[in-house]
Structure formats: C-alpha cells, structure tokens
Design a protein around this ligand. Structure first.
Ligand SMILES: [Zn+2]
Length: 195
C-alpha cells in the first residue's frame, strides 16, 4: 500500500501547480471517495481518447480538420499564428477575429532547450508557401520568448509574398494572451501593426 500510495503521489505531482502536499491531500480524497474518483478518471480518459490535434492548425479537437479549419464562415485569407491552443481560445473569446489559425505548440526558448525545430514551423511554411494567405498575423505572447519567436518568424516569412502583421501592444510585456482580459486582447487584435 505504501508503495502504491507513493507512486500515486508522485504521479499527481506531475500535474501543474500540484506539489507534494496537495498530491497527498488529493490521494486521500481519491481513496475516501472511490466511486466519485473513478467517475472523474473515466471522464478524463474518455475526453483524452476523443480529443486529438487538428492536422491543419494543430489545435485540440474532436474532429479533424477542426471546426475552425473546416468552417466556410471564416476568412481563408488571413492566418493568425499563436503559441498555444489556450491562446487560440483566448482570441476566439474576444469575437474580434474570424480568420484561420496556426498553433506553434510553444515558443523559442533556449533556456528550456526549445528551438524552431521543436515547434510547428515546418507545418506553417507548408501552409503559407502556396500564397493562399494574404496576411499572417503573428500573435505570440509579449514575453522575451514570444518576441524572439516573432522575430524568427518575421525573418523566415520575409521572402514570401504575404503581409505580416503583429498583434498590437496593450498587453503588458511579460503578460500572456491567455490571461489578458477580453477587451484588451480584442483591442490588441483590432489595432494590429503591419510590419
Ligand atoms: Zn484546425
């Protein structure tokens, strides 16, 4: 039992924001509420089985292509590049953007050993090289890593016949799109800058 318990605690500490203390508390909760806990885990497993990545934009989705990529009501000429699926969600919630998306799945972060090859940049080039997009709106986060990623993409896309724009400031440096309020993010998208 002790070994099983320790294993569960160490598994739970892999979740973000869960330290050893919270993991221990959670483990006791799970043990004391077996039926409820099993229901929770069954819905998690069901959810994980159902959701995969859209082969076009990379977003999490229960269909491939995802709802956004397959929608006929969205502008096919503008592509918004974001770091994470949570950024896409934040932008969608503003209701200010009706184009396509491309998710990089991270940013360039040398300290964490993450370079361009670890991101969905090859997929981005494949999508943009045919000239289907008139504009690429880069909406990386206002952090040092987000800025480096933006500069890298700007260079990479410079010789393509496409307008590059960047999400406007208004989101403080060091902030993140995910946690920006809807109004600020909506304005940042509407008052984007052309490079
Ligand atoms: Zn998609």
């Amino acid at each position: 039992m002790i070994n099983d318990f320790t294993r569960l605690i160490s598994a739970l500490t892999k979740l973000p924001g869960i330290g050893k203390k919270s993991a221990t508390r959670l483990s006791y909760f799970l043990l004391k509420n077996k039926d409820k806990s099993k229901d929770i885990f069954i819905s998690i497993v069901d959810f994980l089985d159902k959701i995969s990545n859209c082969s076009i934009c990379g977003n999490f989705s229960s269909s491939d292509p995802c709802e956004i990529c397959s929608s006929s009501n969205r502008d096919k000429k503008i592509l918004c590049v974001v770091e994470e699926p949570s950024d896409l969600l934040a932008i969608e919630e503003t209701g200010c953007y009706k184009g396509q998306y491309h998710i990089l799945m991270g940013n360039i972060n040398p300290l964490e050993g993450k370079g361009p090859d670890n991101l969905r940049i090859g997929e981005l080039l494949k999508r943009t090289k045919d000239g289907v997009f008139e504009e690429i709106l880069i909406a990386t986060n206002p952090t040092i890593e987000g800025e480096s990623t933006f500069l890298y993409l700007q260079n990479l896309l410079a010789d393509q016949n496409v307008k590059i724009s960047k999400i406007a400031t208004g989101i403080p440096m060091g902030g993140s799109l995910e946690y920006a309020d809807k109004y600020t993010l909506g304005r940042a998208i509407q008052s984007k800058n052309y490079i």
